[in-house]
Design a protein around this ligand. Structure first.
Ligand code: SIN
Ligand code: CO
Length: 381
């Protein structure tokens, strides 16, 4: 596959994924960004879009960060160099970008976080730093000089006086100039510094690794309802010599009381599917074609139906049924619908002709109507 050069997907996973950097020259040859730097600045002025402006020599302090939404004159007053504009989750807003994420489907889609776009004029960068997640850095316009170092940095290596977590002394072990179409994969924890050599656009396809803290706190909130009416009981309480002692057996019962709320794997799986696909903070429901027959007519007439970029969709095959998760919702479906669900989850832009082949006596396509009605799927203009 071209995205990984001469390396197969399975070799990539075995040798590089979460292990070491990989530079792929011309991973996406002739790729044309659906968004220009000017349009990116426009996006950063919109309400509900997460954006940052980073100035290496800011008006108030070095590595100054400002957060969007911005106004047009925030950009006109900038210096000619040494700054960067970053727009998070651009795939939620530009369909071509959510389709680009499908090119990375050799990695489970629940692992994908978002596609961030950065624009920088000459010398622009976000400073030397490291991230806790895997990232593919795709050069889309202009050239960026990437420097990396695989040294294991500690807290002491960061400059505490800055808003950004920037490494205070960074020397490159390796460096490359990336041209449009080139891509650099970095596993978590590899220090990197990308400096624009000219007007440059870089896409960061970032992956998501839930932390233990995040999982546990979200999971506990979910189990609040299940657990609230259960109280500790000790009908077999025996006399104890010192009343101040919390006995080992009491700890056992208390520990069991907590663990029993999360020991059911099927419940955990359902919760996780809902949790990991719940991504619709910026969701705006488009008007659906409410009537079912009309929907089928459109499905037959249209070429494509697309999933909104902010609607995450994954499934679990539990052997008996298929649990489809979409935008934090769960739907239990018969096993016979697996091929349809596999197709549905693997692409943001679906071919209507392919979908129609899944039509059967079980009304499988009613699932598509339901998803359309709930604002997850829309016909292309
Ligand atoms: C950038 O695109 O300038 C920064 C991306 C990164 O370092 O993760
Ligand atoms: Co980074």
């Amino acid at each position: 596959m071209q995205q990984l050069g001469n390396i197969t997907q399975s070799d990539f996973l075995k040798q590089y994924w979460q292990k070491k950097p990989l530079l792929v020259r011309q991973a996406f040859p002739n790729y044309k960004s659906p968004i220009s730097p000017e349009e990116l600045a426009g996006l950063a002025c919109e309400e509900g879009i997460e954006s940052r402006l980073i100035q290496e020599n800011g008006p108030d302090r070095p590595w100054q960060v400002q957060y969007g939404p911005f106004k047009e004159n925030d950009f006109t007053s900038l210096p000619k160099s040494h700054w960067s504009l970053l727009v998070q989750a651009a795939d939620h807003h530009i369909p071509e970008l959510s389709q680009l994420l499908d090119e990375f489907n050799f990695i489970p889609n629940w692992r994908i976080d978002d596609l961030m776009i950065s624009y920088a004029p000459i010398h622009g960068s976000v400073g030397p730093h490291l991230d806790n997640y895997d990232v593919f850095l795709l050069q889309v316009k202009g050239r960026r000089h990437w420097h990396i170092n695989e040294h294991a940095y500690t807290e002491d290596d960061f400059d505490n006086d800055l808003e950004l977590r920037i490494l205070n002394s960074f020397n490159a072990e390796e460096d490359w100039v990336l041209k449009p179409g080139d891509m650099l994969y970095l596993p978590p924890g590899v220090a990197h510094h990308g400096i624009a050599l000219d007007d440059c656009l870089t896409y960061s396809i970032g992956f998501r690794a839930p932390s233990q803290k995040e999982l546990l706190s979200a999971f506990t909130v979910n189990f609040n309802d299940v657990a609230k009416d259960k109280f500790y009981t000790d009908p077999k309480l025996k006399t104890q010599e010192f009343s101040g002692e919390i006995k080992k057996e009491d700890i056992e019962s208390l520990h069991e009381m907590v663990l029993s709320t999360c020991s059911n794997k099927a419940d955990f799986a359902s919760w996780f599917g809902r949790f990991i696909t719940d991504n619709r903070d910026d969701y705006e429901q488009e008007e659906a074609i409410v009537n079912e027959p009309e929907f089928y007519t459109s499905l037959k007439e249209a070429k494509h139906i697309s999933r909104y970029g902010n609607v995450r969709m994954s499934y679990i095959d539990d052997g008996n049924t298929i649990k489809l998760f979409y935008a934090g919702n769960e739907s239990s479906l018969p096993k016979s619908q697996l091929p349809l669900i596999q197709y549905l989850c693997s692409k943001h832009r679906l071919e209507c002709a392919v979908l129609l082949k899944f039509d059967d006596e079980h009304h499988s396509l009613s699932l598509l109507y339901k998803l359309h009605k709930e604002g997850c799927l829309t016909f292309d203009e």
